[in-house]
Design a protein around this ligand. Structure first.
Ligand code: ZN
Length: 302
């Protein structure tokens, strides 16, 4: 996907986003894929979410950065063009340096491209388990972390505290979910792409642990908005609940089909979910793949 950089003058909204996200939600439910055809999803955009928190990226890949009084905390550099564009967006807001880069998890499509931040002296942070992944799947475009967390943790910079929540295995086994203390915005990388069913093959997802993690996040009533690693810049918390319900509906439908003796292609062809989920982006393309993935989860224990 080609990307066009429009960050030299970032599109900042002073008070975005809850109302706008609700509007987007309604719009998606109403018009479905028509929205995708209208919006320029390849342009980098920067959206202010308050308290120094910004959502940055394109529909294809998104990160969060946090501007504090003592420097900037960036997250997932994604790739060199994304990291360069994010650095330009940060420079348009503050002359302060990027002091930290936090990896949400180990996957190449989010962790690559951070050299520009390393060159200015940023310290890189990840969960310790990411190192096992990178040893097995090395990528020269990924800057090695300077600091490793064994569980949850936090970064304090200026008056800002960025909490890093570890919920165990879900998508890989080193996912950190982030939130600035006092902010109502959760950064939940690949666990939720708002209003979108995601990749049916569910690469490196453990479906059961994934649902458990989403339920743990839903149990925390103190956040109202979320940023995902792909998709729209920000979404209401309902987007996370919808993804959890979709997964559970798919898992239930596959289990029911298996109880009827259906397997493999006959099973995948039989799966259809309620209308609520059919309106999610990617449903038609990904449902069958998702059914196959969940069948193997129940058939193999994986
Ligand atoms: Zn991932």
């Amino acid at each position: 996907m080609s990307r066009r950089n429009v960050v030299s003058k970032p599109r900042l909204s002073k008070r975005p986003v809850f109302g706008r996200a609700i509007g987007a939600l309604t719009f998606f439910f109403t018009l479905g894929l028509a929205f995708a055809a209208c919006a320029d999803e390849t342009a980098y955009e920067t959206v202010s979410l308050g308290q120094g928190v910004y959502s940055f990226g394109t529909y294809a890949a998104r990160s969060v950065f946090v501007v504090t009084s003592a420097g900037v905390i960036a997250t997932d550099p994604v790739d060199a063009p994304h990291a360069t564009a994010m650095r330009e967006a940060i420079s348009a807001l503050t002359p302060l340096p990027v002091r930290y880069v936090v990896y949400s998890h180990a996957h190449w499509d989010h962790a690559a491209g951070g050299q520009i931040f390393k060159d200015e002296g940023a310290r890189f942070v990840s969960h310790a388990s990411c190192m096992d992944f990178w040893r097995r799947h090395p990528n020269p475009d990924i800057v090695a972390p300077d600091e490793l967390l064994e569980g949850s943790g936090q970064i304090e910079l200026g008056e800002t505290v960025l909490r890093l929540q570890y919920h165990g295995r879900n998508h890989g086994d080193c996912m950190l979910i982030m939130r600035v203390e006092g902010s109502d915005v959760l950064y939940v990388n690949d666990l939720v792409t708002p209003f979108n069913v995601g990749l049916g093959a569910m690469p490196d997802y453990d479906p059961g642990e994934w649902v458990r993690t989403l339920e743990e996040l839903e149990a925390d009533r103190s956040w109202r908005r979320m940023v995902g690693g792909h998709g729209v810049p920000v979404a209401p918390r309902e987007a996370l609940s919808q993804r959890r319900r979709y997964l559970q509906a798919l898992m239930t439908a596959v289990r029911e089909g298996m109880k009827k003796g259906l397997r493999y292609e006959a099973l995948y062809d039989s799966i259809q979910l309620p209308q609520e989920f059919r309106d999610m982006r990617g449903y038609d393309l990904q449902l069958r793949r998702g059914a196959e993935r969940i069948f193997h989860y129940y058939n193999m224990g994986w």
